[in-house]
Design a protein around this ligand. Structure first.
Ligand code: AMP
Ligand code: ZN
Length: 460
């Protein structure tokens, strides 16, 4: 039907890869053995070829034509992978400015799906997909789920919001592509979720981490022990920042491994990066993306190991390819090899987005730093809320956190509060107000958790 980037070359690697059979035979440890286990040299050669195709494809669109003219470059200037740095950056603002279809690189009649992220201000952003984009997306998600041991015999419950949020349909199609019985349970209604888990013999769940902790609390209330009463063996958690401590807590609660899943609507959705069984960072799939980490101020690359902003260039997207897209997510390169046999770059869990950073009395703080400390206290449950206020011209932070067990022992509560304050001060260099509240007091969202309420804004 379409002849965009790949038909001319007569091949499209992932879609053409033979899929494992329903009985789980045929792919061994890897879902897409060839691209997953390529050497760095092979991977980089593939990236260059796809980058050149992508650049030519982008130049069918007036937005990119203008950008290239401004930068004074042509597709012929992209001779090596390092030349990616000559390309212009793109941003969420570009997507807003060209809303809704200005960055499409194929006619609308060849697009079959639209996703949108709800912008907090101005236009939302729109992401279009051709059928081939959807096929590739499903392959990426299937690759990830296969990587952590899921096979067609598994029962996959997707307890994530459906609709415009890509965590719903993204995991749905990916889990189906792998061949699993896939339950589109969607988020919320925890009692029904637990019934499904038990009745259908669910072995794997995908949900945002804050929802998994909620699900566990309801299990406890209902006397359900996930180890004893369910067949769960794998959790995929992601879509929102969470600390290593939060992950470990989730693993202990549910008695299974929880793998970090990174997704982003602009790149497709979930499937962009995922932890392998080594759990030593997320493999970002370099046959699909060029991964750069840059200094957010100078936009120059930072050395491996240093924190910077993640910048992604799509290599296989037809409907809306994006060049050097500034994700605002902060992370660092951990390595480019792995005992699992995949040579795709490993990135550290996201610190958060640069827009999540709170600046309080001149100190830069990420919510995840606070979470990391809170999760170390066994007296505390997992739900917390950070509120920033201005009182008498002073900026203050209040950290409210739920207690694992209610108690009337005020002395004990005071000691606990004091200890939390002290540990938080060591981490964030200022002392917040700490309030311990009973379980169920703080709001729970069915989608991504809202961790920070900034009430200072009204004074600005
Ligand atoms: P959306 O496109 O609306 O689903 O949001 C994508 C954003 O969610 C990313 O840019 C990240 O800021 C955040 N995100 C997604 N997955 C993760 C993850 N595993 N860890 C931390 N943040 C994540
Ligand atoms: Zn690995």
């Amino acid at each position: 039907m379409y002849t965009y980037m790949y038909e001319a070359k007569g091949r499209f690697p992932e879609v053409d890869t033979p899929l494992p059979t329903k009985d789980g035979q045929g792919a061994g440890a890897y879902f897409n053995p060839v691209p997953e286990t390529m050497s760095r040299a092979e991977l980089e050669a593939l990236q260059l070829e796809r980058l050149q195709q992508t650049v030519r494809h982008c130049l069918t669109n007036p937005f990119y034509q203008k950008k290239f003219q401004e930068a004074g470059i042509t597709p012929n200037d992209i001779k090596s992978l390092a030349d990616v740095r000559r390309l212009p950056f793109t941003t969420k603002q570009d997507l807003r400015d060209t809303y809704p279809f200005g960055m499409a690189c194929v006619p609308l009649r060849d697009c079959v799906r639209l996703h949108s992220s709800s912008g907090t201000t101005g236009n939302p952003t729109v992401i279009l997909h051709t059928q081939r984009d959807l096929d590739e997306w499903a392959n990426q998600v299937a690759r990830n789920l296969w990587m952590v041991g899921l096979r067609p015999d598994d029962v996959f419950q997707n307890s994530s919001g459906y609709g415009m949020f890509t965590g719903g349909l993204g995991f749905q199609y990916g889990a189906e592509r792998l061949g699993m019985l896939t339950v589109p349970a969607a988020a919320g209604n925890s009692l029904r979720q637990i019934k499904f888990i038990k009745d259908f013999g669910t072995t794997a769940i995908h949900a945002v981490p804050s929802y998994v902790t909620r699900l566990y609390e309801v299990m406890q209330e209902e006397g359900v022990d996930p180890r004893r009463d369910t067949k769960l063996k794998v959790l995929a958690i992601g879509a929102e920042p969470h600390s290593e401590e939060q992950r470990q807590r989730i693993e202990q609660m549910m008695g299974v491994k929880a793998y970090n899943s990174f997704g982003m609507s602009e790149m497709c959705g979930p499937g962009v990066g995922f932890e392998c069984p080594e759990q030593n960072g997320l493999h970002f799939w370099e046959d699909y993306y060029i991964v750069e980490i840059v200094d957010p101020e100078t936009l120059e690359p930072v050395p491996d190991g240093e924190i910077g902003e993640l910048v992604l260039t799509t290599l296989c997207r037809e409907a809306m390819p994006l060049l050097r897209y500034r994700t605002r997510d902060l992370t660092r390169v951990l390595g480019r090899t792995c005992p699992c046999g995949r040579n795709h770059v490993r990135l550290d869990r996201m610190r958060g987005r640069s827009d999540d950073m709170m600046v309080l009395r001149g100190v830069n703080i990420f919510p995840i730093q606070i979470e990391k400390i809170l999760m170390q206290f066994s007296e505390l449950a997992s739900n917390y809320l950070i509120t920033l206020t201005t009182d008498d011209n002073n900026d203050n932070m209040t950290v409210e956190v739920e207690l694992a067990q209610p108690t009337d022992d005020y002395k004990q509560l005071q000691t606990l509060e004091r200890e939390i304050r002290r540990r938080l001060k060591d981490e964030i260099l200022l002392t917040p107000i700490v309030r311990l509240v009973n379980k169920g007091t703080l709001p729970v969202s069915e989608g991504k958790a809202v961790r920070v309420v900034d009430k200072r804004k009204v004074y600005q």
